[in-house]
Design a protein around this ligand. Structure first.
Ligand SMILES: *Cc1c(COP(=O)(O)O)cnc(C)c1O
Length: 393
């Protein structure tokens, strides 16, 4: 065996021995509130980012099919050679309008949006001040950049201020945070962050992948929720969660920044244009988010209903308003047992342990969708109640 393969076999064994090997459940239906897997039929799904329930929505699917008819299957090019269609320009303008920004640039994913952001606009003379719980794609994007790095405790404004003081001599200071932190479902304190940014002459970058299409009166995201729509310099986000759930991402903000990204951002310049299928469907998704008030109301109603139900059962949930609802077990084994028990009862949830969350902070993370019916949520709540009793929690 070549040395390389021996090394990888050892690594595989190490991961398995540590109990952290991930086995993927294989789904045999489209995504939805109720799904089949190769192992279990008809389980209620409480762990998708399908916040608006659009992953398998008829209108969205029709828009995707119509998109193929009108624009074809693909553009076989990056944007700057021959991959910019009227459709792409229309979606960029619509996203800017929806988010309340000056301009938007599309990427194949939000991972790519973050990967192509920092090194394009910041250099060794600058500083990035980053929340410790920021998403992996922000961390990787920052790694590619030569700016000095500072890290502050999660959503801790005193620590952020200290880091801003430490970074005082940098030319550009850029604060970067998730809009919504995916493990806890808590929302970044964007008002205080913007105040500190003003005080210390910093810019504010928000990755709102779990916020866009989910929070704010008009579902614009964390910046709307925190009433700072005009104060964010850069927003990145995904089309792969609430906004349809396929794939695709964007960076949106001041035109001066987006102009430079179009010239220099490597993940934009050297990767294919977004599929016209997704672009076309995304326009319909934005139509629905802007005009279908019932849809907008349902995810909020379902979330409030589910959070109240879990609290009444006596679970320790992290408080908040976001459809990410973590049920804290603290104990790792308990989280695993609870998830297992729930699957037996027909509910698909996942336990999270170290290193995904800190030690002693194990949990079962649930995510509510507009696609869940009241009956389904009642079924899930009842299953949680039984599981809690059976496990003596
Ligand atoms: C999901 C997520 C991403 C990745 O989005 P993709 O479009 O799937 O690459 C990036 N940032 C945050 C905060 C996310 O939650």
């Amino acid at each position: 065996m070549k040395t390389a393969y021996k090394h990888w076999a050892d690594l595989t064994q190490q991961i398995k021995d540590s109990g952290l090997w991930k086995t993927e459940r294989i789904i045999t239906t489209p995504q939805g509130a109720k799904i089949d897997t190769t192992a279990t039929k008809g389980v209620i799904n409480m762990c998708a980012n399908n916040y608006l329930g659009l992953s398998n929505n008829d209108k969205v699917k029709e828009a995707a099919v119509a998109g193929i008819g009108r624009w074809g299957y693909g553009y076989s090019s990056v944007r700057f050679i021959c991959g910019t269609s009227e459709l792409h320009k229309e979606l960029e303008a619509r996203l800017s309008n929806f988010l309340g920004t000056e301009d938007t640039i599309l990427y194949s994913s939000c991972y790519d949006a973050n990967g192509g952001l920092f090194e394009t606009i910041l250099t060794a003379e600058d500083a990035i001040i980053s929340d410790e719980l920021n998403h992996a794609s922000i961390i990787d994007g920052v790694r590619l950049c030569k700016a000095a790095r500072y890290r502050y405790k999660n959503n801790d404004m005193a620590d952020l201020e200290q880091q801003l003081k430490d970074a005082q001599n940098a030319r550009i200071k850029a604060i970067v945070t998730d809009g919504v932190f995916s493990m806890d479902g808590n929302i970044a304190n964007l008002k205080a962050i913007c105040d500190l940014a003003d005080k210390y002459d910093a810019i504010v970058i928000v990755d709102d992948s779990h916020g866009v299409g989910v929070i704010g009166d008009n579902l614009k995201g964390a910046h709307e929720h925190c009433d700072v729509i005009d104060r964010i310099d850069i927003l990145t986000g995904t089309l792969g969660k609430a906004l349809g759930g396929s794939s695709g991402g964007y960076t949106s903000g001041k035109k001066a920044i987006i102009d430079i990204l179009r010239q220099r951002s490597r993940t934009y310049l050297f990767s294919n244009t977004l599929s016209p299928i997704i672009a076309s469907a995304s326009l319909t998704v934005l139509d629905m988010v802007e005009n279908d008030k019932e849809l907008v109301g349902r995810v909020k109603e379902n979330t409030a209903y589910f959070r109240k139900g879990l609290t009444e059962i006596g679970f320790d949930i992290l408080p908040g308003t976001h459809p990410i609802v973590p049920i804290m077990t603290y104990d790792e084994l308990k989280a695993a047992q609870l998830a297992e028990k729930m699957l037996e009862k027909g509910v698909y949830v996942i336990g999270f342990f170290f290193p995904v969350v800190p030690r002693g902070k194990a949990r079962v993370r649930t995510q509510v969708s507009a696609a869940h019916t009241k009956e389904q949520l009642d079924f899930v709540l009842n299953a949680f109640k039984e599981a809690k009793e059976e496990l003596g929690m």
